[in-house]
Design a protein around this ligand. Sequence first.
Ligand SMILES: Nc1ncnc2c1ncn2[C@@H]1O[C@H](COP(=O)(O)OP(=O)(O)OP(=O)(O)O)[C@@H](O)[C@H]1O
Ligand SMILES: [Mg+2]
Length: 404
Amino acid sequence: MQKKLSPEERANIVAEKRQVKAEVRAQTIQQVKKQRELAASRKKMHSEIVTAIKGDKNNQAQYAKEEKAFKRDDKKAVAARVAEVKTWYESQDKTDKDVVRTYKWKMQEAKRPNYDFSGIIKFENISYAYGVGTPFEHRALDGVNGLEIQPGKITAVIGMTGSGKSTLIQLTNGLILPSTGRTLVGNYQLYAGMKKIHEVKPLRKEIGLVFQFPEYQLFQDTIEKDISFGPINLGRNKSDVVKEVPGLLKLVDLPEDYLKRSPFDLSGGQKRRVAIAGIIATDGNTLVLDEPTGGLDPQGEEDFMNIFNHLNKDKGKRIIIVTHNMDHVLKIADEVIVMHEGRVIATGSPFEVFSNQKLLEKIKIEPPKVYKLAFKLKEQGLDVTKKEFRTIEDFAKAIKETRK
Ligand SMILES: Nc1ncnc2c1ncn2[C@@H]1O[C@H](COP(=O)(O)OP(=O)(O)OP(=O)(O)O)[C@@H](O)[C@H]1O
Ligand SMILES: [Mg+2]
């Protein structure tokens, strides 16, 4: 039998129900308020990007004009380039299929505008929004202006998740075009107003990009084909390229008998190794690496850092690397670009960036281990953070010198 409730108990239950109702109501009001705020901020962002795009129209017209002028001047040099290729072909074995293929390629190249992609990479008035006018619109870059990436150097791009690092580096090889402004790769420009990216092949010959998620990059049915695809597609002799593939597999520490295996059966880390091998095979002057060591063990990470360092120091490659590993940045970078909420908030040497405690706190990034130690020492009254050090040995030396 059900127990009869006392008037007091009944009153308590009524009060409890009321309280729950009030809480639910308060929560709903809060949620509606939040949604309204979000909608308002989206609207504001949308109108800002629309205004920025409109305001950039004159710049775009200017870039298009420069483009036209370049092509007009370059046309005058085409005849000489074509003659040079013909002379080369005369001395070749014309029955060799590879030679004929290379000839056709060279001829095609000779007729193309002869851009120099090897110079400074420069970002001017760049903003970038994904899905403009859709419910998924998101401004990933906001006014990146005057940023330069030098040839022959190792430049690291750092910043919190979502700060715009991948978006920024994808602008370098034309995977995406900016919403405003332009990216210059040497004297070649990628600008918002372009209807279509032209000269993609020579651009990709200069700039090889390893995606943050390399599974998007592999598409051939064997690893051998995947690694050799880039260089063959960019005009190199097929048999020459195929001969180099075993050496490349060795370089990225994959067994040689993987040649005929499918790249899709590999682990994440192994896929990454194949993607990196493909970019090295392409042999462009610039390697853009988006968190290239994700999914690798510490030894694998270390090995790749050494490979990238070697490609820079011994082969003069420009390396642009996005990484969350600050120890690596300190070890190999010449320059650091610090991104925050779609903006570049600092650039400088690793020493300049890592000795700036306030900056690191702002972007919520842990400094390299030696800098952590240096900050601890500073708290104890021994400040070596103004010295330049990359290794424990340099650090010990800095302490010794400061204590003198
Ligand atoms: N395809 C897309 N559509 C809409 N928004 C996107 C898209 N890709 C990225 N974004 C948004 O743009 C912002 C910048 O993204 P980006 O990938 O450049 O950041 P990131 O610095 O590389 O981050 P992470 O360190 O996580 O790789 C993020 O807020 C992200 O959610
Ligand atoms: Mg990213």
